[in-house]
Each structure stands twice: as C-alpha cells, then as structure tokens.
Design a protein. Structure first.
Length: 312
C-alpha cells in the first residue's frame, strides 16, 4: 500500500493542533479510506506552550502520529527540512497546523500526480483577503522584484503546501544549504508542477508568528539566496557615481578658469557628499548580506538539533 507523509511544522500551536488533527482525519477517511496509508509527522520547533504535550497525546492515541522536537526554535525552514528527512511516504506533503492550508485539497493534489502525471502539486492563494493592505502590497512588490532578478520563478501567493513524489523530495534533500528559502528551492529542483489556486483562509486558532519584520528578513533571504543582481546593481550605481563625479570635476575646473569663483556651492556639495555616502553604505550593506550568508554556510553548523523524537 502506498503512503502519504504529512509534515506539520509547529510553533506554539496548542489551540490549532486538535482542530487540525480532527480535520485531517476526516479528510483521510472520506477521500482515501483504506486505499492509502498515512503518517503524520509533527515537528515541534521549540514551542513554549503545550504544543509538545498535545502532540505526545496524539501519538499515544494514534500510531500514525510521529513527532520530532527541537532543542530550541530553529525556524520553519529547519522544521520543514527535518520533516522531509524523516518522511517515509511515497508522497510527501507540507501543511501548516492553522488550517490555512486546507486538507480538503489533498485529494485533488494527489490526483494531479497519479492521474494527470505531474511530479508535484503546489498551491497558491488567489487573493490576500483578510491580510493588512500594506502587507499584501509589499508581498506583491517582492514577487515582482525577485522574479526580475532571479532565474528561478517565484509564484505570487505561493504557499509551502505542496504534495511531492519521492523523487522530488530526494532532490530537495540533496540541497543541504544552511540558509534555506523553500519557496525558491522547491522551484529550483525543477520537475513538472501543477498549481492549484484557492482563496485565502483565516487561521482556525492562535495568532500568526510572521510579523512584518520577520517577513522582511525572509524576503531578503529569498533575494540573496536566488539572485546576485543586488551585487551587480551596487557595482553599476558605483560606476555611475564615479562618472558623475568625473564630469563634476571637469565642470568645476572649467567654471573656475572662466569665472574665477571656486568657493560657491558648498552647501550643495555637502548634501552631495552625504548622499553619496549613503549610497556607499547601502552598497556595503548589500555586500555584507552576501558575506554573512557565506559566513554561516562555511561554519557548517547543523540546520537543526533534535531534543527528542519517536521516529527511528
């Protein structure tokens, strides 16, 4: 019998977990019955509430439930990678515990692979209904920006909710980089992917863990992971300003020789110096981002550390 592995990263999801498990079991029984084996892999990402206790309770009640618990919070990317490494299914899916990734779509996603012949099926939100307007605006701008800079296509509204064949999972696991941006990595490995759209769904319980600042840092992670365009841009800007400075020097020399007045314009010159200094610091910051990623990679630290688990 074939098996589907359901990977669920969890961080302070004590209110959502029982509801997720109940809905997932309903979908499993209704859409798959006894024709498909299932395993649920809950990855506790250093939760500070009763998330781990609830997962252990589910493990005692249902042998399909397995768990991995980190020694601290390593982030969702690490939790997803740990789940992918632990999954044993012929098909593997990633889902959020807050039910923003509707389990009811799983049957359609499975048919996309087994009936239509795709290697993986991914989901994207067709709307951002319920999100703050400014957050939705910046999200759309980010996708437009990164798609112009990167060779790997990033789909606007893409979720981490994917169903993948084992071959796709193995390809993703071969990418061992410490700085991970899964939305890009899933597309980087290629394979034939079908996209399913659905309207945005509100969290069933709890609060989002993604603040605007965390999303901003995640966006920077995606840009630096899949594009070197910012480095090229800073070099081009530097060349432009060198050219402007050279032309300005010629202008000043000519003006001094013709009018003999070399002392005027110091306030504007001070403004120009401050502006150019800002551009320099911005360019150094871009270089620093890439350098910091290289620094973290060469240290070769583990992506996550497991405190306890019930998976062999």
């Amino acid at each position: 019998m074939e098996k589907i592995s359901v990977i669920v990263p969890c961080y302070n999801e004590e209110k959502a977990l029982p509801l997720f498990y109940k809905e997932m079991e309903r979908v499993r029984a209704q859409d798959f019955g006894i024709t498909m084996d299932f395993e649920y892999i809950f990855v506790n990402d250093g939760s500070k509430d009763k998330t781990l206790e609830i997962i252990k309770t589910l493990c005692n009640e249902d042998p399909k439930v397995k768990y991995i618990s980190f020694s601290r919070n390593f982030g969702k990317e690490a939790a997803m990678f740990a789940g992918l490494e632990a999954a044993t299914g012929d098909y593997v899916t990633l889902m959020d515990a807050d039910l923003q990734d509707p389990p009811a779509l799983l049957k359609q996603m499975y048919e996309g692979i087994t009936v239509e012949g795709y290697d993986s099926v991914a989901t994207r939100r067709s709307t951002r209904k319920g999100e703050p307007l400014i957050r939705g605006f910046f999200a759309r701008m980010f996708y437009k920006l990164i798609n112009k800079m990167s060779d790997v296509e990033m789909v606007d509204g893409a979720r981490d909710y994917w169903l993948m064949k084992r071959q796709v999972v193995d390809a993703i696991l071969s990418l061992k980089e410490y700085n991970r941006y899964s939305k890009g990595l899933f597309n980087f490995v290629g394979f034939n992917t079908k996209w399913i759209e659905y309207e945005n769904v509100k969290r069933v319980a709890g609060k989002t863990k993604w603040s605007f600042w965390k999303l901003f840092k995640y966006a920077i992670e995606g840009i630096t992971a899949f594009s070197t365009t910012p480095l090229i841009l800073s070099s081009v800007v530097g060349m432009i300003f060198c050219l402007i400075a050279f032309l300005a020097i010629i202008f000043i020399i000519v003006k001094t020789l013709v009018y003999g007045d070399p002392t005027t314009g110091w306030p504007s010159l001070a403004c120009i110096i401050v502006f150019v200094s800002g551009v320099q610091l911005f360019s150094i910051g871009i270089i620093g981002q890439y350098l910091s990623k290289t620094y973290l990679e060469v240290k070769n630290r583990p992506i996550y550390i497991i405190k306890e688990k019930n998976i062999e």
